[in-house]
Design a protein around this ligand. Structure first.
Ligand SMILES: C=CC1=C(C)c2cc3[nH]c(cc4nc(cc5[nH]c(cc1n2)c(C)c5CCC(=O)O)C(CCC(=O)O)=C4C)c(C)c3C=C
Ligand code: FE2
Ligand code: FE2
Length: 340
């Protein structure tokens, strides 16, 4: 049974795999709808609401969607956004893995997104209508940030405020140092290098956040550093063979550094010839990896004098990635059984 057509009516328990969200089409109109919802979230943009509403409506939404729709069009695959296709594949793969286990056969796995479709609120409505009593919410953000994971908690808890008969709900905060996550990342690098060779340097590029968010207590950058260090250790890399950087800047604030494009330029100018780049903040390939990393930053490195630039794909629906998800949820399912 696929997760999208999953009949949850005979099921008592469910897992929701949640990613950020993505437009419904690579058109300026659909991108504008998505950006309006995403960028109206005060978890994402912390500027006072009235001031931000003016900036968003006068300076962002009239211009950005056209340019970003063009970028989405360059990565749109099989008639859909890569993030949505991959999220569906991940949910199907986890469903199959759980179905195969003898102990946790009666669990439905559903894909969901904080913004856009399939929406997390709609998935919760459906589970509630079907009488599902126990729900695990697994945000697919390896490193917790208030801007990403916190927003998932918000959607779920807002939905909970509308319900009378609430299910048991368990949130998994993150998995930035989980041994199976580190191992899955290290193995994907090793596999890639068996086929493509070893570069001068490995760059681990994470989505950034504005520096003030981190100063106010968002633990995301620290968690990224831990993930990167553990992966480097697992690969046995010396300090001069790898680095961490942050990408996807938006707006005028300073974001956490070093910036991916700046570091790549410095490396190329210092004589680094070949780079492989991996993005351990993304559980699925998306605009930020397929366009910003695989296309934009390639140009940055090569035009600054670099010779070889290779992007290593995200873990997506790799079996090791799905096994890690199963390892995160299985102990919780065991606990559910104990109380039901
Ligand atoms: C202040 C703005 C932003 C913050 C903070 C932010 C945090 C953040 N985002 C992700 C993951 C993704 N972001 C993606 C796209 C994207 N991100 C921002 C802005 C902020 N993100 C924008 C405006 C966009 C849209 C594209 C654009 O207009 O440039 C995506 C890709 C979505 C897709 O459809 O493929 C992901 C994934 C994380 C994990 C995070 C905090 C750590
Ligand atoms: Fe970007
Ligand atoms: Fe983002």
């Amino acid at each position: 049974m696929t997760s999208n057509s999953q009949d949850t009516s005979a099921i008592q328990r469910a897992v929701l795999l949640v990613n950020l969200g993505t437009p419904d089409a690579p058109t300026p109109q659909a991108v504008r709808r998505f950006l309006r919802e995403f960028l109206s979230d005060s978890r994402v943009i912390e500027i006072p609401r009235v001031i931000w509403a003016i900036i968003l409506n006068l300076f962002v939404l009239p211009f950005r969607p056209k340019r970003v729709a063009h970028a989405y069009a360059s990565i749109w695959a099989m008639g859909d956004s890569p993030m949505r296709l991959i999220l569906n594949a991940q949910a199907n793969a986890l469903q199959q893995m759980l179905d195969f286990q003898i102990v946790h056969r009666d669990v439905a796995v559903l894909p969901a997104m904080t913004y856009g479709t399939p929406s997390l609120a709609a998935a919760l409505d459906r589970l509630s209508a079907d009488g599902v009593e126990q729900i695990i919410i697994l945000p697919l953000f390896p490193q917790y940030s208030a801007t990403s994971t916190g927003a998932v908690y918000d959607v779920a808890t807002r939905w909970m405020q509308t319900q009378r008969n609430l299910p048991t709900v368990t949130f998994i905060k993150d998995y930035f140092a989980h041994p199976l996550y580190i191992q899955a990342l290290a193995d994907s690098v090793r596999r890639y290098q068996v086929e493509h060779g070893t570069p001068d340097r490995l760059l681990m590029s994470f989505h950034g956040i504005p520096i003030p968010y981190a100063e106010r207590g968002d633990p995301y950058p620290e968690r990224c550093h831990v993930t990167a260090k553990r992966v480097a250790e697992a690969l046995g890399l010396r300090d001069d063979q790898w680095a961490i950087s942050f990408q996807s800047r938006f707006g005028k604030q300073e974001w956490v550094k070093p910036y991916t494009n700046v570091l790549l330029t410095e490396w190329a100018q210092a004589g680094v010839k070949s780079v492989q780049i991996i993005s351990p903040a993304f559980s699925a390939d998306c605009l930020e990896t397929l366009e910003e990393l695989a296309i934009e930053n390639r140009d940055v490195f090569l035009s600054a004098g670099g010779q070889s630039y290779q992007y290593i794909p995200a873990l997506n629906a790799d079996v090791a990635h799905i096994e890690m998800m199963a390892a995160l949820i299985n102990p919780i399912l065991d606990g559910f059984e104990a109380i039901s």
